[in-house]
Ligand binder design. Sequence first.
Ligand code: KIV
Ligand code: ZN
Length: 518
Amino acid sequence: MQDSNRVLIFDTTLRDGEQSPGISLNTVEKLEIAQQLARLGVDVIEAGFPITSHGDAEAVKAISEQVEGPIIAALARTHSADIETAWEAVRGSERPRIHTFISTSDIHIAHQLQMTREDVLGQARAAVAHARGLCDDVEFSPMDATRADLEFTAEVCAAAIEEGATTINVPDTVGYTTPDEFAAYLARLYQLTPGLDRVTLSVHCHNDLGLAVANSLAGISAGARQIECAINGIGERAGNAALEEVVMLLKTRADACGGLYTACNSEEIAKTSRLVSRLTGYAVQPNKAVVGRNAFAHESGIHQDGVLKERTTYEIMDARSIGLDTNSLVLGKHSGRHALADALSQLGYEVEGSALNQAFKRFKELADRKKVVTAMDLEALVTDEIRHDESGYSVESFSATTSSESKPEATVSIKLPDGSVAEGSSAGDGTVDAVFQAIANAAGIEPKLREFRVDAVTAGEDALGETSVVLDLAGFSGAGQAVSTDVVEAAAKAYVRALSNAVRRSNAPNTTDAGVTP
Ligand code: KIV
Ligand code: ZN
């Protein structure tokens, strides 16, 4: 029997989060994030929306079979095929869940679904019954509930409960509601929905007006015991409630939250945030609550003075409680393979055999250029190795020349997905532009560059450069990231990874860009 003060954390980084424009994680990357979410101690991982693509179904299946601890959920519309595909993907989990949804707002019913309310009621009922025939744990969401007729939403939720739904999730799909309004909405939903007090009530809030966390808090004050959220707040449009903010709010202000708590291990937050940012290519804004790089920085003299005298003068959380690595010096130039394996293991990465050899080679190259190699550097190198994708495009070699008289020129040699090697060259407006165009020429593809960003992994002149590229290929986006001490090399690697993802998505029979998205 669940403690009535415990709030379940339902993480949707890999589903709603992955629907953010430009994010396209492959199975290995999704698995890595899911393993880290399990270490963070989330209660539910929504691993994907299997009907949308073969790749998504494969990733959900891999996560279900390999990640232990959390419930693994898969999203499904009310169609039979969606429910069966979701079940096939999660059935290998020790704790599978099917999450099915249909809109209850008239605006969605009329314009998107082109149905009647009766159709919606019937489809919700049939879908939950179908899902319950397959799986004991079924969540139902009346999408766009906060803009829907409350009486009708209650009727649909009651039908879902009658058919065996174990969680009812109320989405504020377009981030429209306000905390007071949402609390009143849920209070009334409890009154109108027979059986709602016997299942778990959940909330799923989007951040279009910056209220996702505030609305989630209002939700649990009104009786919800599950919050759907995503690391770094990623998700459709302005994103979802940020998991780290929800967890630290309940931890830091338990007094103001009626003693409600989560079972998350907050010391894994900083690491999870960095991993998600790195693999998705979505940078965390510097002043982002909890995980922004300035969240524990003090600029003004008065604040610095206060914190030096007593940390709590200007800090409401201890950086260590989110696992921020304050003592980040890990290895030096003379550290050996064993020390590296130990350091990686402390960071949560068990690396051995050829992977350790490769990590050691990269560590040595880095240590030759950098005086100290920090935990952040090692993490960046390891996640860069995770991204390496044998089945896509990769850079074999490149060279670039610059002169004051003419445009920079680049020549590249790349490996194609079929294993053959192709060469290309081009001039460009800058060195990076020349390299990008040379790769496109070698691949014989003309993608559109939507985004290119360079960040530094740590402070200092000798920092590793981290690059992020988003490409558009006939309406299909692909993102790629890479790190290297040489920014042009990192840019070239990020570009081929983005190209691999965009090509893969454009070749998939059914994908999130062109197909179904909630
Ligand atoms: O925002 C939304 O309504 C959703 C549902 C699928 C829960 O993501
Ligand atoms: Zn959503």
